[in-house]
Write a protein that binds this ligand. Sequence first.
Ligand code: ATP
Length: 838
Amino acid sequence: MYAFYSLLIYIFYSLFRRDGGAAAAAEPGDPAQRARKPRGRRRPDLPAPELWTELTGLAASSEPEDGSEGAAEGRAAAVSLEEALLRLAEFLSVQLGAEESCGGPADLGQSGEVPSLLTVTSQLLALLAWLRSPRGRQALLQGTQPAPRVRPPSPDGSTSQEESPSHFTAVPGEPLGDETQGQQPLQLEEDQRAWQRLEQLILGQLEELKQQLEQQEEELGRLRLGVGATDSEKRVQHLTLENEALKQSLSLMRDLLLHWGPGPPIRAPQEEAEALLELQGRLQEAQDTTEALRAQLGVQEVQLQGLQGALQQLQQETEQNCRRELQQMHGQLAGLRARMASLRQGCGDLRGLVSTFTQSCQGSLSEARGQVSWALGALSSGGPGTQLPEGQQGPPAGCPGRLPELKGNIRVLCRLRPGTSSSLVSVEPGPGGTVTTCYRGRHRRFRLDWVFPPDASQEEVFRELEPAVLSCLRGYSVCIFTYGQTGTGKTYSMEGPPEDPGIVPRALQSLFREMGAGRQHRVTLSMVEIYNEAVRDLLAPGPPERLAVRQGPEGQGGIQVAGLTHWDVPNLETLHQMLKLGRSNRATAATAMNQRSSRSHALVTLTLRAASPPRAPGTAGTLHLVDLAGSERARKAGAAGPPRGDPDGARRLREAQTINRSLLALGGVMAALRAHRPHVPFRDSQLTRLLQPALGPGTTAVLLLQVGAGAGQVCACRSPPTRARPPAPLARRSPRGRRISGRQSAPSSSPTEWVKWSWGQPGAAGSRAPPGRLLPSAPTLRSPGPPAPLRRPLAVLHAPVPTTARARLSRPQRACPSSPGSRPCPWGLRPGLCWQRR
Ligand SMILES: Nc1ncnc2c1ncn2[C@@H]1O[C@H](COP(=O)(O)OP(=O)(O)OP(=O)(O)O)[C@@H](O)[C@H]1O
């Protein structure tokens, strides 16, 4: 723009002074030529040199010959005119050359010059129109200074306009000198032709510029469409520049109009007014576009603010989520650390237990060695009356002390029920006897601590157990329990009929006899049953309730049964009365295998606490007498496949499953004890949990295996086994029995196999009920009437009489439809339940 303005101003200045062209022509090769040479991009057809030549020629032709002042001014003006024309040529060539060479959209900075080109074009057109006008030609020919300020007024007040006519003689109608009158037409004609050529050149160039401007307009429109909303700011900037250019052009036009003095010609003002109107229209259009773009920009700014708000909200949510997850992770980490600390503590406890267990084993081992040496010394001395040195005193008379322990902590005895067929089971009775079984055609022989033949009496059985029973008086813990299939005589061996009492009555009698009249021990009795994995107190004063079995506090040892009553027993008679009462409360029922089948495990616990602690390891001995429920197959027990809707059959089935499960758990415990595994699964059943104190270290367990054989369970193989199969199952059940383990040659069998073997034994029910025949589920009573109420035990113990017993006995009798002959139920139980409790 500067070039254009400089050009215009100086063109007018030069033309009207008529001195710049001559000076410029005097130095044609200088700065313009030098400046034009390096412009390689200048188009060859650019009319700038020609225009220069024409302009300089025109100026030279009209330059006055005389006037040193004018020459000086011409030299000074020639430089400015040359620079102006050069900048104009460069401007046009650069703009046009760049657009042509690139062929693509120019950047916005360059496109911002397009309005300047248009302005240049319009102004050049206006200049040409003025030059072609008579006034312009007259001004050119006369060389009149258009603006008084170009030449300041003279000191006498005359204007330059008054003086100017004397400088030029080209005003038509004025008289000329003689010498110049002949040359004036020729000069005018030459000037006219030069101007015509100049006009043609300029018009051609302007036409070309017009076309290029139109192309730029199209390109600009395309760019405006292509830029889109995202470049709105740039477009606004572009339009602002365009507006500024138009404003400058407009102000320049106004200045020119004012500058060109009085009374513009009729035609030029109209054109200028049209151009002005056009420019104003374009300006208005640009302003409208600017406003529209600003409105659009405002909308976009609003959208941008919304997006920024959403982004900020999203960032906040993400931050909150991260913090929440971080807190959760911290919580989990803290939990893991706490768990790790707990595990470390548990690991430390386990290490302590292992250490304690090791020390205990070592102590037991040393104690066993001492007892072995004592026993050997006693045997070699020739009798119990031999006096031993102090500190090696043996057990008192009738108390064999640790002899049972020497025989093994877990001893397995076997008793065959009468009626056992020799064709089914072969037996080698006596100590270290064997029992050969046949199950599904497979023979197995088991070697046991003692095998009682079918004709063995109750006295013989108890005689073998008596040392273990009496060791309780020295503070040892002894557990005697019977195991076997239902109906094989477990209850018979434990309880026995009154005329031939079993182990329990004999043990109690032996204990009380041993204690003597002095009663140096305090006897405490408790009795529980485990029915369907529910522990119930058989001697509870109130109604039997399910008791909770839990681990006792550390240091107080063992298992604790919450709410279990412990009765002090003053004498044997009271003890028998209480046992009778407890047995009467035990759950029994009739099955296909046993008319009076025990449906629960009964545990009788006697605690013998010495008044003055002897030299025994413990201060209190414990005797556990356990009558296990019989293992049975549901099918054989009549519990499998009960008719639909038969509650008794379903109950039998559930009882059988629970019994078998608990017996299986007992087998697992025994196997773990035998294998000295670090973990013994005492918690697998309530039975093993209750027996845990009786099976732990330092205890003696005696297992009386009851075996029966009936005709209903015929073994396919009747011939005796040619090769003795090792008695694995039972041998496994005597894990710490030295005698048994020393002779064990049977392949190992799992506890499950042991139970299977027991199931496969010939049952005793065949003698009372045909095999496979389901007995009616009518309730059967073990005793003909209600048990006699306790006479004295509670009164002797200064304890309240159990209300349950009295309440049970005083219940009104109701008719029991299941009873034979619809007799009234003697216990007042509701129909269908009178069989469950006696
Ligand atoms: N050695 C034996 N001498 C005489 N009779 C016996 C002998 N063993 C068992 N009996 C008789 O066998 C029947 C069943 O005995 P018992 O009730 O003791 O079996 P059980 O194994 O306790 O059965 P359950 O597990 O179902 O309670 C009883 O009538 C009992 O008198």
